[in-house]
Ligand binder design. Structure first.
Ligand SMILES: O=C(O)c1ccccc1NCC(=O)[C@H](O)[C@H](O)COP(=O)(O)O
Length: 210
């Protein structure tokens, strides 16, 4: 299973988290986030990471030009769209960045909203389901209603996100069957400052269920 740790701001932590077992790291390119990192900060982290680690930039309602510039300058291997991007936007982004993984994030409000994720499967590589918060786009620590996801089986790999922690991860994965998981605030001391002990415990708990 893929494990993405999101909201990395310190290059040393990115190396440590990759060594602990993360398969993907997320860098927040949304300027209003407390976890925001600049292109040169991403560059510094990416340069030290092994090739097999996915380096995902998280954007919200940015233009294709802005996204492309940051991806090319920083060496990202994937783009996570965390705003209100349409299927057409995802299609255009694919044409602008053909070799980059595109993940579309959804802040799920209801079963009807969950069904709209089907409109995107043709245009993106991966779906990511996050919790809805009225004021914040992501990194909220809020969980989704997992029972709503028990029958969820899209025609694309998908990540479960939203409020996952070392305490609830085993329970979450006993209820739903995602291709990957994404954690941010559940493994940090403060926004952008990851708690490496919690990350280590996460992998211990994931290992114990295999
Ligand atoms: O984390 C942020 O600050 C953020 C800001 C704006 C858009 C997206 C953001 N995070 C996206 C993520 O992929 C988080 O990992 C995801 O929302 C889960 O966060 P958490 O509930 O804290 O585990």
């Amino acid at each position: 299973m893929r494990v993405k740790i999101c909201g990395i701001t310190q290059p040393e932590q990115s190396i440590a988290i990759a060594s602990l077992g993360a398969t993907a790291l997320g860098f927040i390119c949304v300027p209003t986030s407390p976890r925001y990192v600049t292109t040169s900060q991403i560059q510094a982290a990416v340069a030290q990471l092994p090739k097999n680690i996915d380096k995902i930039g998280v954007f919200a309602n940015a233009s294709i030009g802005e996204i492309k510039q940051i991806v090319v300058d920083s060496g990202l291997t994937g783009v996570q769209l965390h705003g209100d991007e349409s299927p057409e936007f995802c299609d255009q982004l694919r044409q602008a960045l053909p070799n980059i993984e595109i993940l579309k994030a959804f802040r799920i409000r209801s079963l009807e909203h969950l069904e709209t994720t089907a409109d995107y499967v043709k245009y993106v590589d991966t779906l990511l389901l996050d919790a809805y918060h009225p004021q914040q786009l992501g990194g909220t620590g809020k969980t989704l209603d997992w029972t709503m996801l028990q029958q969820y089986s899209p025609n694309r790999p998908w990540f479960l996100a939203g409020g996952l922690t070392t305490d609830n991860i085993v329970q979450a994965l006993s209820q739903v069957n995602p291709s990957g998981i994404d954690l941010s605030s559940g493994v940090e001391r403060a926004p952008g400052d990851k708690d490496l002990d919690k990350v280590a415990l996460l992998f211990e708990r994931l290992g114990s269920r295999e």
